[in-house]
Design a protein around this ligand. Structure first.
Ligand code: COA
Ligand code: MG
Length: 303
């Protein structure tokens, strides 16, 4: 059987919380929060004069961190070629997070440079790499950047869209419903999927506006995103709900899977489900949804 890109294993990445590594209170608080992944940020949320302190804080934090659960711990570094690039990667080598999130990726080489550095350090499996999609160049190079995840030894797992930087660079307006950004967001999803990557929607800055946040989560889910990058603990529950599996969706998925398993439908590629065509591909899709629902249930039980 050929392995299609979308057959990568299901991972829970509904809620991906950014925590400034220079904020001791936020760091301390983060371990007890119910998010699927944490991004410890050394980049935009940390002032230049605080970088060294933030790197040291992460090394101590990781030394004491419980890594036994399924939550992913990610470190966002500064650009490799910039003044903090090497010291950040030394921090990564000391912490060995599940993934390194690369900021301001513009071309595949930006991913390969860090992959090579990690390999030379003998870090062959972990960490994986995630890439911020937040520059105009990254939008033009979406497909080639995504493809480096598929090359031999490809470490790239995930795109994270960053609209604050992208709006700053392009001048595209920050408006409810994100009308002028929709083509870009959909391109990011499609490019990610073509290479079997996960894709996380951008942060929503106005964390006090819970209704607008829920609406944007729903929009991201409808576009196909796996989850949302978050800036505040108050956003976690809404993101988990929006990018989770509702009871109705799980029930519907079970109906489809069961229909294909029924003896009267044996050997059929397309079946009639109460006046609606359902194909084997829908059963595969339903299977993945049920796997995701199981992962969510496991996460709840272990919390
Ligand atoms: N992660 C973990 N804890 C956080 C948090 C985060 N991202 N943001 C806030 N908290 C904690 C606060 O420390 C505070 O805890 P405390 O009661 O123990 O002091 C509590 O949640 C309530 O925070 P609140 O007072 O509502 O917000 P704030 O004024 O402390 O912080 C921001 C607001 C926006 C500055 C802060 O949420 C933040 O820095 N977010 C992340 C920014 C970031 O990572 N940017 C880069 C990616 S775009
Ligand atoms: Mg950014």
């Amino acid at each position: 059987m050929i392995s299609l890109p979308h057959h990568h294993p299901v991972r829970l990445r509904r809620s991906v919380l950014s925590v400034p590594a220079s904020n001791a209170r936020a760091l301390a608080k983060s371990a007890a929060l119910d998010c699927d992944a944490i991004i410890f940020d050394l980049e935009d949320s940390v002032l230049p004069e605080k970088k060294a302190e933030a790197q040291a804080a992460l090394v101590s934090h990781f030394a004491a961190l419980d890594r036994s659960g399924s939550r992913e711990h990610v470190i966002r570094v500064n650009p490799f070629a910039g003044p903090d690039g090497l010291a950040d990667l030394e921090t990564v080598a000391a912490c060995v997070p599940d993934a390194v999130l690369l900021p301001k990726v513009c071309e595949p080489q930006h991913v390969l440079d860090v992959a090579d550095w990690l390999s030379e350090k003998g870090l062959d499996e972990a960490p994986r790499l995630w890439a911020m999609i937040e520059t105009a160049a990254s939008i033009l190079n979406l497909a080639p950047i995504a493809e480096v995840g598929r090359t031999a030894g490809g470490r790239l797992d995930c795109f994270v869209v960053g609209l604050n930087d992208l709006r700053k660079e392009t001048g595209i307006a920050d408006m409810p419903g994100r009308p002028y950004l929709l083509p870009i967001l959909v391109q990011a999803v499609v490019a990610a999927r073509a290479s079997g990557l996960d894709v996380i929607d951008s942060v929503f800055n106005d964390f006090a506006d819970t209704d607008a946040f829920a609406a944007e989560c729903e929009q991201g889910r409808l576009m196909g995103f796996d989850g949302k990058m978050l800036i505040h603990p108050a956003q976690i529950a809404a993101a988990n709900a929006a990018f989770g599996v509702s009871e109705a969706e799980a029930a519907e998925a079970l109906v489809i899977v069961s229909a294909f398993a029924a003896p009267e439908n044996a050997g059929k590629g397309a079946i009639n489900l109460k006046g609606r065509m359902v194909e084997k591909l829908h059963a595969d899709q339903a299977d993945r949804l049920l796997v995701k629902a199981d992962l969510i249930a496991e996460r709840k039980n272990s919390a």
